[in-house]
Write a protein that binds this ligand. Structure first.
Ligand SMILES: Cc1ncc(COP(=O)(O)O)c(C=O)c1O
Length: 388
């Protein structure tokens, strides 16, 4: 039997032809395919603006950078989960305020968020993930951001397609970010990411920052340029394309990746439906197993990333060895307590939930490449392990 993976890619000739078209064209950098993908993401999520980038990590970094917070400003995030929300805070010389996760939502602990906001009235922004596709309670986030006044970046890298109160995640905060790394809801031929926002100024700034910092006048790709000395710097006429207005990076998404992801976008609703069916099917088959199941907010409709198994009994490592000996691949609960890892030791804190998840939790796949037979097989093997 083949391995049942926690994630993967599903593709056919459509992605192949879309990528081939770019291959045989004369433009391989970010171009028209990026435009099309950005428009599709706007249509799908309901956001006004979208900027594609080369990864979800870049999307988080550019989002925070676009807020232009003073060095040392406090930014709230979790000390648990995937480190891509903490890293950009540190890269930008900002000061992280860390709080724990909470079970059974497996998301940032909103009571601790409120306590931190009370204690640190100077928190300028918050960045948090909708973990495993399960939306954080966005009513509470809205209430807190209105009350305390801070920017909100929603990291939706595990949650493309998830909604809260019938609205796409990523559209509640000032900015929302996505990842097209393989194993996420859609793939971008190896990598990719995007940022959505309704704020035109932020959108233009991010467009500039992802393209070496150059002057950006439009939210659409305008084609290969002819030298055009329309700008003036200290009285010197200068080409728009070599005029800089931000201190940027090159975080552009190659057009072959955008073309691939654009085809995946056409399939996304189907992928999300398959993930949901798999998740609910597996969940219903695991009723008697001693695990702490993920709780979904009544207003949420998740686009599931994986199925978390948090053992209340037994040894996680033995369980994961058992799974792999039965051809079921699993992953630990991301970094667990991030501050236990080497680069973050200087921020060390004990997080009761993060520490517990680090020891006792893992997740397995429910992605759109898995079928009913595999779900049943996984459920049977898990039940056998726990002897239920
Ligand atoms: C919550 C979260 N944020 C950000 C990222 C980073 O995305 P990428 O791998 O595209 O850089 C990931 C990646 O898996 C993630 O899970």
């Amino acid at each position: 039997m083949k391995y049942i993976s926690f994630g993967g890619i599903k593709q056919n000739w459509r992605e192949f032809f879309a990528v081939s078209k770019v291959f045989f064209s004369s433009w391989h950098a970010a171009g028209l395919e990026n435009n099309k993908l950005e428009n599709k993401l706007c249509q799908y999520t309901g956001a006004k603006y979208c900027i594609c980038v080369n990864s979800g990590s870049s999307a988080n970094l550019l989002s925070l950078a676009s807020l232009e917070l003073e060095k040392g400003s406090k930014v709230l995030t979790s000390g648990c989960g995937f480190p891509a929300t903490l890293n950009p805070i540190l890269h930008l010389g900002l000061s992280p305020v860390l709080v724990d996760y909470e079970v059974p939502s497996y998301n940032i602990d909103l009571n601790q968020v409120e306590d931190a906001l009370k204690k640190n009235q100077d928190i300028k922004a918050m960045i948090f993930a909708h973990t495993l596709g399960n939306p954080v309670d966005l009513d509470i986030i809205k209430k807190l951001s209105n009350k305390y006044g801070f920017f909100v970046v929603e990291d939706c890298c595990e949650a493309l397609g998830s909604t809260f109160d019938n609205k796409h995640v990523g559209t509640f905060g000032n900015l929302g970010t996505f990842s097209f790394y393989p194993s996420h809801q859609i793939s971008g031929l190896g990598m990719g990411g995007a940022i959505i926002t309704d704020d035109e100024k932020l959108a233009l700034k991010i467009r500039s920052m992802r393209s070496w910092g150059k002057l950006v006048r439009s939210t659409q790709f305008s084609g290969d340029h002819l030298t055009d000395y329309v700008n003036e710097i200290d009285g010197i006429k200068y080409d728009d394309q070599f005029t800089y207005e931000t201190c940027g990076w090159n975080m552009l998404l190659p057009d072959a990746c955008a073309a691939y992801a654009k085809v995946q976008m056409d399939k996304l609703s189907n992928f999300v439906r398959r993930r949901k069916e798999n998740y609910e099917n597996l969940d219903s088959l695991l009723t008697d197993v001693p695990i702490l199941k993920m709780q979904i907010h009544p207003k949420s409709n998740p686009s599931y990333f994986g199925y978390v198994i948090n053992l209340t009994k037994g040894d996680r490592d033995r369980f994961s060895d058992y799974l792999i000996s039965n051809n079921i691949k699993s992953r630990p609960f991301f970094a667990g307590n991030i501050t236990r890892h080497k680069p973050f030791r200087y921020l060390f804190q004990e997080f009761a939930v993060g520490d517990n998840l680090m020891k006792n939790a893992l997740f397995i796949g429910v992605w759109h490449g898995i079928g009913k037979k595999e779900i049943k097989y996984m459920a049977n093997k898990i039940a056998e392990y726990f002897d239920v």
